[in-house]
Write a protein that binds this ligand. Structure first.
Ligand code: 2BA
Length: 109
């Protein structure tokens, strides 16, 4: 068994969970926050048998989009007045950041 930890954008989360559930996957949805943008995102936990792993990854790939987001710079620049002001930068977020772990034991009590 594998544990898929998928960090996705909030905009994709609901459709992704629906798609996964419709295909019979069990999903746990966590409300999380990205360290860089300091904005909400969603982390899904999926425990999947090896033979269903590729199917889950295909659904994640199909549903999750990459999007441009504007973020304040982490290191503000000195403005013309001498005051330090944050300047916006554009970052590409997603589709999904996925970690895959081997599950040593899966226990339901
Ligand atoms: P955030 O940390 O809010 O990052 C949002 C996006 O900002 C990232 O998109 C990336 O394009 C950019 N970014 C992040 N750190 C940066 C940096 N130090 N300098 C410049 N740009 C930076 P994604 O790579 O698609 O990541 C989306 C979210 O996935 C992240 O939100 C974070 O919550 C998670 N994530 C990504 N890589 C991770 C990792 N190695 N470990 C844990 N979580 C990760």
């Amino acid at each position: 068994m594998k544990l898929i930890i998928a960090i996705v954008q909030d905009e994709d989360a609901s459709r992704l969970v629906s798609n996964l559930m419709n295909e019979g996957y069990s999903v746990t949805k966590l409300a999380t926050t990205g360290g860089f943008l300091r904005a909400g995102n969603t982390t899904l936990l999926l425990g999947v048998d090896e033979d269903r792993f590729d199917g889950a990854m295909k659904i994640i790939e199909k549903v999750c989009r990459s999007r441009k987001q504007i973020a304040p710079s982490p290191s503000p620049m000195a403005g013309s007045t001498g005051a330090y002001v944050p300047y916006p930068i554009e970052v590409m977020v997603g589709g999904a950041t996925v970690f895959v772990l081997n599950v040593e034991q899966f226990i339901k009590l």
